[in-house]
Design a protein around this ligand. Sequence first.
Ligand SMILES: C[S@@+](CC[C@H](N)C(=O)[O-])C[C@H]1O[C@@H](n2cnc3c(N)ncnc32)[C@H](O)[C@@H]1O
Length: 385
Amino acid sequence: MALPAELAQLATELAPFVHPALVRRACADDRRGLGVFVTQPLPRGELLLAARPLAAVRVRGRDEDVVERLAELILERLEDPNFAETFWSLSTGDPTERPSQRPKRPRLGEQHERRGQVLRIIAANARGWPSEDEKGLGLWQWHAYMNHAAPMEATCSSVFLGDVLLLRTLCAVEPDEELTNSYCALSAKLQLRRQILRHCGVPLGTSPDAAESEPEDGEGDDEALLPALRALRALRAARAASVDATAAVHGGADAAVARATELWRKVVDLAAEEVFGLQRPTHPIFFPMRAELLQLQLRAARGLGDMAKVAELHQAMAKSLAQEQPMNVEVLAHWIAHLRAVPAVDGHAAVGATGRLTRFWLGRRPGLKVVAEWMESCGLGPRRL
Ligand SMILES: C[S@@+](CC[C@H](N)C(=O)[O-])C[C@H]1O[C@@H](n2cnc3c(N)ncnc32)[C@H](O)[C@@H]1O
């Protein structure tokens, strides 16, 4: 779905913009290479970037097709010296590489080597740019200069308006503070977060979400891990039932559908509130586990066609993700999906949250229909969540 005209116009008004307080320089920890810092204090919500991509593609196909298409586009455009200079300024993801060793321009006659280098730079710097049914991938220059931090520690977050990437501060920042953002979607499960960080070249152990693995039963001595362990048991039961339900529904026969219904009901009925409690979780692995469980429940509720439950679960998901990063675009997407699931639902809290989030990101409050179309254009429509 295309970006609504009102927001496409806003993107044109905002881009291109790079905040004059941003500088790129070496980090004190040399494993991090270069990073983006600020030269003056900035308040929460400050617009840092409104950037069109250096290169970006969208395709209907497999993940590998998107990478291939982006590499082809970059290889073509490397003939342009301005493009080449910016592209070769990006990290290769090799922690031993000194930024000063990055070549200023591609050397001709080394096609094969150059392609390998392009793919390494894509792996370390590209970010997803999906739309409704399309997979997308692209490079946004200053965004690619930024290092990763776990969502709760990140000082910035981004959203798309079409191909314009908006980046804002999530908190006030001081001069010389490094700006960071999370490389992982807020809803990404634990295993996926680790895969993403490994793929991007973030050394395991430098971020809480890269360091932790799923705990084992019996590891419960650590008080902070107890809620996570309870969640883990529920999560494992839900994973198993979801796999069985999918297999059953593909069986097609009435008995198989009845079995799938029974399994989905079992997943939906897992008392997530009880499992997670209402207390503030303290362990970083808790959030991705809770998000995964709620996602499995959402899928099961959709399988059952129980739209009241779907609405309830989108609300639970919005509140859960907001504990990790309140202004994240996925929080907005779940509030919108909540409102769309059951139009008659008492939407007071959802409308209020939607208003706060859209004002934060856009500086204005478009109608709910426009916001819903915006979320679809970012690949965050209800069917994708
Ligand atoms: C998108 S680039 C970020 C900018 C990069 N540091 C540079 O010098 O241009 C991603 C690379 O930065 C490094 N990096 C990013 N976040 C990091 C972190 N939290 N800890 C250590 N290295 C990190 C990794 O080498 C990763 O492959």
